[in-house]
Design a protein around this ligand. Structure first.
Ligand SMILES: Nc1ncnc2c1ncn2[C@@H]1O[C@H](COP(=O)(O)OP(=O)(O)OP(=O)(O)O)[C@@H](O)[C@H]1O
Ligand SMILES: [Mg+2]
Length: 415
């Protein structure tokens, strides 16, 4: 009742043409109060008492990804001789050398059967003495040869101008074989599903996403909820004002429930202020914007098995509806199987990151296509951004414990 009367007061204030700021203050005060009553598990709004200073990338993170060339000429000749021996007329259009892969781009001559090239994957592997993988995309056959164990550093993606100059909620994903760096804005990504077997690099991907956000956005602009059933992986962030780390299942279930209430509250704010979504609200009330809340879940199956049926219900509700009001999910799982990543969860997670998975079936659940089972592990991934039909192969950035500690120590100086 109280919440409603605050809205009515606020709308009256607006319509009576009183000062715009007066109406907004009224609205925010009432909503903050109702939020405190309704959503005990969610973090209260944060107020900055001094200018917020972000740590610099260069002083705090390892960077300078570099990689050398190897026997590219010999490999190219081997590939061409295999193609010739099966009379598969083609030319070598391009060679891309990345930190962990070399990619040979083959252009089939008109009339050459592409399927016939792809069928000979094993012959290419035997000739090259490695687990080369073949795929057809956009008119070309890509032969990808593992070449080294060079590391791509998160610092290199964060120091890049594209990241530094972006003003959205940009997160670094990884580096392609041609050296291009890939990022995604959480507003565009909507919700992200990360699949991969144990040791494939899921937690490191989550650190990449979390650190990217922490390096650019203050606790007024966003709050990160990190559900970490292992209770060791994300402890670093627990004292930061912008983060809440939850490690026990009951707390996690309570949090998801509170986020559903918070979502409904935000929808009523949007409706009563005549805004379509968080972007239009923030454009209208630029000096008191709505915060973005991003929920990271490190292992969905732990939560689903221990938290019961309600967990799926809450996740599906948030995934279906929360986008427009600035609540996002980033879910990682070791078990991309239909029992864990249910149809409803999957259908509402439009951005997908598939690290190495065990079987073609897992890859189908993770990505809706095969390919994840051929990846090399350690951050080698297929990234399918929201709205895209074919995934891009990337090497995720590595971030050391020291780098995380340095960034956190830098951020703590603001508190
Ligand atoms: N992008 C990367 N670059 C280099 N090495 C990586 C990368 N990602 C992961 N690794 C290596 O793989 C190890 C395992 O990564 P991580 O802990 O993220 O795996 P995981 O998928 O979360 O495993 P689990 O399911 O057991 O939690 C890391 O300790 C690191 O040595
Ligand atoms: Mg992990």
């Amino acid at each position: 009742m109280r919440k409603k009367s605050v809205f009515i007061n606020c709308m009256e204030a607006l319509t009576a043409n009183r000062k715009h700021s007066e109406a907004r203050t009224l609205l925010n005060a009432g909503l903050k109060e109702s939020a405190e009553r309704q959503t005990a598990a969610t973090a209260p709004a944060y107020e900055l008492t001094k200018p917020y200073i972000f740590p610099a990338v260069d002083g705090n993170m390892t960077y300078h990804t570099s990689w050398g060339s190897h026997g590219v000429k010999n490999e190219a000749e081997t590939i061409l001789s295999v193609l010739n021996s099966f009379r598969l007329r083609s030319t070598l259009a391009k060679i891309n050398q990345g930190p962990r892969l070399t990619q040979y781009v083959i252009e089939p001559a008109p009339g050459t059967q592409v399927q016939a090239i792809l069928r000979h994957e094993k012959e290419f592997q035997a000739a090259l003495h490695c687990n080369a993988s073949l795929r057809f995309d956009n008119g070309y056959v890509y032969i990808e040869v593992p070449t080294g164990t060079e590391t791509v550093f998160l610092g290199d993606m964060l120091i890049d101008n594209e990241f530094q100059s972006s003003d959205g909620f940009t997160m670094a994903i990884g580096m392609a074989v041609d050296g291009s760096k890939h990022y995604i804005d959480i507003a565009k990504a909507c919700h992200i599903l990360i699949s991969g077997m144990t040791g494939s690099g899921k937690s490191i991907v989550l650190h990449n996403l979390i650190l990217s956000l922490l390096m650019k956005k203050d606790p007024v602009q966003m709050h990160l909820y990190i559900i970490d059933p292992k209770a060791t992986e994300f402890e670093y962030y627990k004292n930061l004002a912008a983060c809440t780390v939850v490690s026990e299942v009951n707390g996690a279930v309570e949090l998801l429930k509170s986020l559903c209430i918070e979502m409904d509250r935000r929808y009523s704010v949007l409706a009563s202020t005549g805004c379509r979504d968080i972007d239009s609200y923030n454009a209208k009330f630029a000096d008191a914007p709505m915060r973005r809340d991003i929920v990271f879940i490190d292992e969905l199956s732990d939560l689903m098995s221990m938290g019961g049926k309600s967990v799926e219900g809450h996740i599906v509700r948030i995934a279906q509806k929360a986008r427009a009001c600035g609540i996002h999910l980033v879910i990682a799982t070791q078990y991309p199987v239909a029992k864990v990543v249910t149809g409803l969860i999957k259908a509402n997670m439009p951005t997908k990151i598939c690290l190495r998975v065990g079987t073609v079936t897992n890859s189908m659940v993770a990505l809706d296509m095969a390919g994840g089972e051929k990846l090399m592990g350690h951050g080698d991934m297929l990234f399918l951004p929201n709205g895209s039909l074919s995934p891009v192969r990337l090497q995720g950035g590595f971030v050391s414990e020291t780098a995380i500690n340095n960034v956190v120590a830098g951020l703590m100086k603001n508190q």
